[in-house]
Write a protein that binds this ligand. Structure first.
Ligand SMILES: *[C@@H]1O[C@H](CO)[C@@H](O)[C@H](O)[C@H]1NC(C)=O
Ligand SMILES: *[C@@H]1O[C@H](CO)[C@@H](O)[C@H](O)[C@H]1NC(C)=O
Length: 383
């Protein structure tokens, strides 16, 4: 490497990692797109849904989804499908099924993936019998990989620790606290069953060995049938900000107050979700769907189908002030039918790790669940 190139690379890294990112113009561009799964009934799977995405501590990129065996419905038997990339998403392993629920009537549902940076473990939390449809109780399950996603443990039932409440993590990723309070804690947030809906977080202070319930934001009226416009916080994505708070972006199931996102903040490492810290983000129009969020180098990113009435228009937004407001520019990822999404990026040392984020999302021509697609987005396409 000659001096000029080397100097240039060092300079870019210094600017990107040292200064707050708002000094650089974010100008995102779709760099490449690949379909990871296509529904349509070939083979053992009818429909792929609920995409999750994470990097491992060794820099591999893991994509997960629900492989629904016989229909597109939320209930029914499923696999957890996994594809793995060791070259930052350029090429992918074939699909492997890391969990098979057999022929359950109310089978598995994803779920959250959380990576423990200290042990390297990749942990997937999912549920069985979440809807309690011809079965009970609902069971919160965990499976983990200690070898970068190659092999997976036998599934473990967490109900002896958590009790019998219906809980469905995510969908999205869980976090490991990097800033005080509670550094090292794993925080996985999700929602309750329909009547007992609300946002609940489960916490582990021992790398996923034991779990307990932390903060909760219950629906109103709790554990009772809902009317339209009742308060029903549902699927959610937590992110940790650099001040150590956890911001949870939440699906507003019954359009309470607005057709937009609920945002709630925990100041104590996920132990509580106080109503005083709850806001409705009117800029984030939403039809009640799971959305993606990510914090990277001082910038908060958000993806959803940006439409108040239907699942179309998958859009990336970004905020330079921790979500208080959103930059006016947006990146349209897909104008057509689009559903759930999840964002990740690598916290690595190389220039490319500062430059790219990855969004996995449900994408279709006619229906949003026709395929699951991955886009690699260049954040600084101008530089
Ligand atoms: C798509 O999202 C953008 C950004 O929020 C918005 O301006 C536009 O009206 C949306 N279009 C549709 C068809 O929902
Ligand atoms: C980044 O660089 C530091 C210091 O050289 C090193 O300790 C760390 O392992 C590197 N991280 C990655 C993800 O390569």
């Amino acid at each position: 490497m000659d001096f000029i190139r080397q100097f240039g690379v060092v300079l870019v890294i210094a600017v990107l990692s040292g200064a707050r990112a708002d000094k650089l113009q974010i100008d995102p561009l779709i760099y490449e797109e690949q379909l990871l799964w296509v529904s349509g009934g070939a083979g053992l799977v009818n429909t792929y849904r609920i995409p999750l995405l994470t990097f491992t501590t060794r820099g591999s990129l893991l994509a997960f989804s629900e492989a629904r065996k016989t229909s597109s419905f939320d209930i029914g038997a499923k696999f957890i499908a996994l594809r793995r990339s060791t070259d930052r998403g350029a090429t992918w392993s074939p699909t492997s099924f890391i969990v098979d629920d057999g022929s359950l009537v109310d089978g598995l549902n994803l779920g959250s993936v959380v990576v423990d940076e200290e042990t390297g473990a990749v942990i997937v939390i999912y549920s069985l019998c979440f809807h309690r449809y011809h079965c009970k109780p609902s069971i919160t399950m965990m499976v983990q990989s200690l070898d970068d996603g190659f092999t997976w443990s036998a599934p473990r039932n967490l109900n002896p620790q958590l009790g019998l409440m219906s809980f469905l993590a995510g969908p999205g990723f869980g976090i490991q606290k990097r800033h005080p309070p509670a550094v090292g804690r794993l925080v996985v947030c999700g929602h309750g069953s329909l009547a007992g809906d609300g946002v609940f977080c489960i916490l582990s202070d021992d790398h996923g060995n034991t779990w307990r319930y932390g903060g909760e934001l219950k629906s109103i009226p709790y554990n009772q049938p809902k009317n339209d416009l009742d308060f029903e916080p549902d699927e959610c994505q937590p992110v940790e900000l650099d001040d150590g708070s956890i911001v949870i972006n939440v699906r507003n199931q019954n359009h309470y107050h607005c057709r937009c996102r609920i945002v709630v903040r925990s100041l104590d490492g996920g132990e509580s979700l106080p109503v005083e810290e709850l806001v409705f983000d009117h800029t984030l129009e939403d039809s009640a769907v799971a959305a993606g969020a990510l914090e990277k180098e001082g910038v908060l990113y958000f993806t959803n189908p940006a439409n108040a009435n239907s699942r179309v228009n998958l859009t990336l937004r970004w905020s330079l002030n921790r979500g208080k407001s959103w930059v006016k520019d947006t990146l349209k990822i897909w104008a057509g039918p689009s559903g759930y999404s999840c964002i990740t990026s690598l916290k690595g040392n190389e220039t490319v790790d500062h430059k790219y984020i990855y969004v996995i999302y449900e994408k279709g021509q006619k229906d949003y669940f026709e395929s699951i697609s991955l886009v690699k987005i260049d954040l600084y396409s101008d530089q």
